[in-house]
Write a protein that binds this ligand. Structure first.
Ligand SMILES: C[S@@+](CC[C@H](N)C(=O)[O-])C[C@H]1O[C@@H](n2cnc3c(N)ncnc32)[C@H](O)[C@@H]1O
Length: 378
């Protein structure tokens, strides 16, 4: 008990010293860059239903371990929803609040609290979307498991949760370095930055790693007081224990079929070729999963297709290249093609085998659904 509390306290102290991530306060996020966070389109992707604007106002989003930035893009993507940002760190929350209010986002409530106490504050089934990105691996075991079960209880029956946790394979070398620094009592950021400049082995470790581009990212890698990594089967077991089921993995190069993807990741892990952390959308095990919903409705109902609401601005540049968020490489945006879907279309009016239509659905520029959400489906 004592160790767990002191681990949490150390994690809090770490983030008070190194607020994460650290973006300049004037850094603004164009709407189109938030296309992967928009609940209306995510609900269509995974629930095959479209939440009307009227119903969107009744949706709740939880940022579980929000950090100093994510409330802002989440609020841009979901201006109608109520957003709750929970974090251990006062500094992170202060900065998140400042950043979002400076950019005119006021639909967020901020709570300084540990996720280990989250269930006290909200009723069961309250949230339609929970984003817990890069957090669970910083919560000591076995409390991380309890936190995930708590989040699962707070999730609405049809709700969606996005998780990112460190994979043992991808993180192995950074973890070894972190442990070595700890054993050698090297705990000064400047010393580590100096060593990164001097040692090609260390520099190679962080090559192409976005985190290495800013101080709190480097501190997160090498000075963090607690981080745990997971094998793929440990992740699946943790989801199972929390009564969650994966809907889609978002790993680079992922297979569209969930079972194929599980096979692929296990094989990569076995062959020691796995080089990514685990990112996925999941839902409650007893809620209707993606494939169930498809099976239940495809035979009986017709589908509609529309563009992701975040991609409808007339100011979007043609051929814009947005970073892929669903495990595949995005094509450059074809503005003319996309704009033909800004109104809801009947998919029967299109050739559903068209490669462009398929690709746009896969990378979440377009979404399809079979009905408009009514209150009871939420
Ligand atoms: C690596 S940062 C990720 C931040 C954010 N999710 C993002 O993707 O930018 C981890 C965050 O989790 C928070 N955190 C860690 N343990 C926590 C806990 N037990 N309860 C609440 N927040 C926690 C930290 O304060 C920190 O802001």
């Amino acid at each position: 008990m004592h160790t767990f509390l002191s681990d949490i306290k150390n994690v809090k102290n770490h983030y008070e010293q190194f607020p994460y991530p650290k973006y300049p306060l004037f850094a603004s996020v164009p709407k189109e860059h938030t296309y992967a966070l928009n609940l209306q389109s995510l609900w269509a992707r995974y629930r095959q239903t479209w939440i009307s604007n009227q119903h969107l106002k009744r949706t709740n989003i939880l940022l579980a371990g929000s950090g100093s930035f994510s409330p802002y893009p989440t609020a841009i993507a979901n201006s109608q929803s109520r957003i709750y940002a929970i974090d251990l760190s006062k500094k992170n929350l202060f900065r998140a609040k400042l950043h979002s209010s400076l950019h005119g986002c006021f639909n967020i409530r901020f709570f300084e609290e540990s996720l280990t106490n989250i269930c006290k504050h909200f009723p069961a089934n309250f949230f339609h979307f929970i984003d817990c990105y890069g957090v669970l691996h910083h919560i000591p075991s076995p409390q991380n498991m309890q936190v995930l079960s708590g989040l699962s209880q707070l999730l609405a029956p049809q709700g969606l949760i996005r998780l990112m946790i460190y994979s043992k394979a991808a993180r192995a070398r950074i973890e070894s370095a972190r442990r070595a620094f700890k054993a050698l009592k090297i705990n000064n950021l400047n010393t580590i930055k100096h060593m990164l400049r001097r040692s090609s082995t260390l520099a190679e470790l962080v090559e192409n790693n976005f985190e290495a581009t800013f101080d709190s990212g480097i501190a997160d890698m090498f000075l963090h007081p607690y981080s745990k990594t997971f094998t793929f089967d440990e992740l699946l077991e943790m989801l199972y224990q929390a009564e969650l089921t994966p809907l889609e993995f978002l790993h680079p190069g992922r297979e569209a079929c969930l079972l194929q993807e599980i096979k692929r990741v296990r094989l990569l892990e076995k062959q020691k070729k796995l080089n990514f952390n685990f990112t996925l959308f999941a839902s409650k095990k007893n809620g209707m999963g993606n494939s169930d919903a498809v099976a239940a409705f495809t035979s009986k109902r017709n589908f509609f297709v529309t563009s992701n609401p975040m991609l409808r601005s007339p100011w979007i540049k043609d051929h814009l290249l947005l970073p892929g968020k669903f495990g595949i490489k995005n094509p450059a945006l074809d503005k003319k093609f996309l704009s033909s879907f800004h109104r809801i279309r009947d998919i029967r009016d299109y050739d559903s085998s068209s490669p462009q239509l398929k690709l746009y659905l896969d990378c979440h520029f377009l979404v399809k659904f079979h009905q408009i959400v009514t209150g009871d489906l939420l």
